[in-house]
Design a protein around this ligand. Structure first.
Ligand code: ADP
Ligand code: MG
Length: 615
């Protein structure tokens, strides 16, 4: 189906084309024609990330009278972030409609200004429940002529205790307005709203009620409670391009984990209810433009946040409610992309994993926390790949003669070794004495006893693999049975997997001169270099400081930011970036001089000390 066929008018179709939406999502396909044509209430259920905003936004825009300044549509959403997000989307949809004004109304911002915006004529108001009531009390908004009321993320609103607020608002709206309720799940309170405030609503459900996102895979790691944080760091180190939301259960843990990550040199930030609105805005802005790679958040604060391309959701702790898990994992795998939900659990929480599997009808794959040598290999390959794909900046020419003069006595081989040693030494030293964090992980135990071999293969997600596809591919190629290939970890340009050691020779032989779509595929046993034997040594603080940046500085050139204009569209110059070494400073941090950046912000900084250059 196409958008044309849904009955949308020309200005909307033009906006849709501008947005690059090719075809309607399932919920859009079902809801839009009904909402345009029928004067009926609607309850629409679809998982997060399925395009619900447009499903009500397009029909709402089409149905209002743009020539009248009266407020005709009210959208209620649970949080300020969502309110702004919906408003921005609606403005984009209305781009080619003359005279349409969409105004956001939310707490923590100047109420007079919002009232002024409305008095200039706003056909559509997007509001949080609290501020909306404030403005109603002060007669700053008139909703007595409303034709449409949309309750977005209804389950979240009710979760947050907005039942009474919603009923108060609805009480002020005309009897004959239409109510459209959109929700990811259908808990009892949502049915109650539907029963009490809606007339014979049409019900649309896409997928099963309470189902999680389809293209999200679920992986879990069993560790000791005291190793949770270390495990988190390793997972991040093993995924240099990670762009993630990390969920903790309490505001305190959220703040603590974020602070620790920042201290350890990661691009992290905290998002929870104890921060001021201003701080939260800053964090979200930094996250949206990728200056923050790891957003540590509480469930409430992260509700409904729509940031594209989140690669991983990390459950630092499991939530109490299964529905909360569904919401968390719905932050990734949006708009047709794949995503991974990682769960860090202790042995005693294994039964919760079983429950989740049963209720969500999904398999949760047990994985092992990577060890130092694997992380070192990932990081070095990542560096090699990004050097390889870096575009040469012509401006460099002017600086080259002096650089070449300094380096003239090095051969190419020496230069490569030196460049990589910078990174290697950092990881090598950090992980030298690292232990196995895994509790009862099959593959890792076997590997230590020599019964299992780990391999490196030079294909990855760039080649359209994910770990499941790669596992299937390898199983088929190698003729190994169901569990013959395990611990498959798919990275960007390469991957890892294990087999029992008895198959090693066969596997190495199989991939000798092997090609896939004309490309040479090579498989090697992973190198044990990062482990016990000596070397490495003591590169001083000064050295490391300058060499830092490496792993986490890399640009995310392959990711587009959907908020491109928000930050003035400029990339940050190198000098604006603080000097902290990228990572792994923990053991040294007391002796490291404080940079201007962390001195002024202290550890309380809700946003990362490290800036990433935007691409
Ligand atoms: P939901 O409210 O269901 O969680 P959103 O409305 O926030 O989902 O949409 C998620 C993302 O998908 C947004 O970035 C939105 O711009 C995008 N999107 C919506 N509809 C389409 C479509 N038909 N084609 C491509 N992208 C879409
Ligand atoms: Mg939504």
């Amino acid at each position: 189906m196409t958008f044309d066929e849904l009955g949308l008018n020309a200005p909307l179709l033009q906006a849709i084309a501008d947005l690059g939406f090719e075809k309607p999502s399932k919920i859009q396909e079902e809801a839009i024609p009904q909402l345009i044509a029928e004067d009926r209430d609607m309850v629409a259920l679809a998982q997060t990330g399925t395009g619900k905003t447009a499903a009500f936004g397009f029909p709402l825009l089409q149905n209002i009278d743009a020539n009248s300044k009266t407020t005709q549509g009210l959208i209620i959403a649970p949080t300020r972030e969502l309110c702004l997000q919906i408003t921005n989307e609606m403005k984009l949809y209305a781009k080619h409609m003359k005279g349409v004004r969409v105004v956001a109304v939310y707490g923590g911002a100047n109420i007079q200004e919002q009232a002024r915006e409305i008095s200039r004529g706003a056909q559509i108001v997007v509001a949080t429940p609290g501020r909306m009531q404030d403005m109603m009390r002060r007669r700053m908004v008139d909703i007595t002529k409303l034709s449409y009321c949309v309750l977005d993320e209804a389950d979240e609103m009710l979760n947050m205790g907005f039942y009474e607020d919603i009923t108060n608002i609805l009480a002020d709206t005309p009897e004959d307005k239409l109510t459209w309720l959109f929700s990811a799940t259908m808990p009892r309170e949502v049915s109650r709203i539907a029963k009490e405030f809606m007339v014979n609503p049409l019900e649309i459900t896409v997928g099963h009620k309470n189902e999680g996102a389809k293209n999200v895979s679920h992986e879990y790691f069993v560790v000791h409670t005291r190793d949770r944080y270390q495990a988190l760091k390793r997972l991040s180190d093993a995924n240099p391009d990670i762009f993630s939301v990390i969920f903790c259960r309490t505001k305190r843990d959220t703040q603590k984990v974020a602070e620790q990550l920042i201290e350890d040199g990661y691009n992290a930030g905290a998002l929870h209810g104890d921060l001021s609105q201003n701080q939260r805005d800053l964090v979200m802005k930094s996250f949206r433009n990728r200056q923050i790679q790891m957003l540590v958040a509480t469930d409430v604060a992260a509700r409904g946040i729509d940031v594209d391309d989140i690669t991983h959701v990390v459950n630092y702790q499991l939530p109490d409610e299964i529905e909360t898990y569904t919401h968390r994992s719905g932050r990734t795998g949006r708009a047709g992309k794949t995503g991974i939900s990682l769960v860090i659990v202790t042995k005693s929480e294994m039964r919760k994993i079983k429950q989740l599997e049963k209720i969500l009808g999904k398999k949760f794959e047990q994985k092992t926390i990577p060890d130092g040598k694997e992380i070192t290999q990932v990081q070095l390959m990542h560096l090699a790949n990004s050097i390889n794909t870096t575009e040469i900046n012509d401006e460099i020419e002017a600086y080259l003669p002096e650089i070449e003069e300094v380096l003239k006595d090095n051969t190419k081989e020496e230069l490569i070794k030196k460049v990589f040693s910078v990174e290697f030494t950092r990881f090598f030293n950090y992980y030298k004495k690292s232990k196995d964090l895994n509790q009862n992980a099959v593959g890792a135990a076997k590997e230590q006893s020599g019964d299992s071999t780990r391999y490196f293969i030079n294909v990855g997600s760039k080649d359209d693999f994910d770990w499941m596809k790669l596992k299937d591919f390898l199983k088929e190629e190698l003729g190994l049975g169901q569990d013959g290939v395990y611990r498959v970890d798919c990275k960007d340009a390469f991957s890892f997997f294990n087999t029992d050691t008895e198959h090693k020779d066969k596997i190495i032989a199989h991939f000798e001169n092997f090609e896939l779509d004309g490309r040479r595929v090579s498989v090697e046993e992973t190198q044990g270099g990062g482990g016990r034997s000596g070397g490495g040594g003591r590169s001083g603080g000064g050295d490391r400081r300058r060499s830092g940046g490496g792993s986490s500085d890399r640009q995310r050139s392959d990711r587009k930011s959907s908020y491109g204009d928000d930050q003035g569209g400029r990339s940050r110059s190198r000098s604006e970036r603080p000097e902290r070494p990228a990572r792994f400073e923990r053991s040294e941090r007391s002796s490291s001089p404080r940079t201007p950046d962390n001195r002024s912000e202290g550890n309380k900084s809700p946003f990362s000390g490290k800036r990433r250059r935007r691409s």
